[in-house]
Design a binder for this molecule. Structure first.
Ligand code: FES
Length: 90
């Protein structure tokens, strides 16, 4: 008799699975972190922002945004200055 006895699901449906898709994060000069790709953005309590239909988001790096964690352009208003370029990690 053919059947699925003894066959276990590959993934426990109760376990969160993160895909191995590459996410690109660009540090904008004097501006936000631009995040492109499939991401889950949550607060410290696990509450998730609905990013449906958003292929990319900009996350505030200056701390002045009224829409944190998202950038609202306030970095320009406050004259945020922070250049960043790749260097070896400590
Ligand atoms: S980086 Fe744009 S408002 Fe903070």
């Amino acid at each position: 008799m053919l059947g699925l006895a003894g066959v276990q699901p590959a993934v426990d449906p109760g376990v969160s699975v993160f895909m191995s898709e590459t996410v690109k994060i660009t540090v904008r000069p004097n501006g936000p972190l631009r995040v492109e790709g499939s991401i889950v953005l949550s607060d410290a309590n696990g509450k998730v922002w609905d990013l449906t239909g958003k292929p990319a988001v900009s996350l505030c790096r200056c701390g002045a945004s009224e829409k944190r964690p998202f950038c609202d352009g306030s970095h320009n208003r406050i004259g945020f200055q922070c250049a960043a370029s790749p260097e070896p990690l400590p």
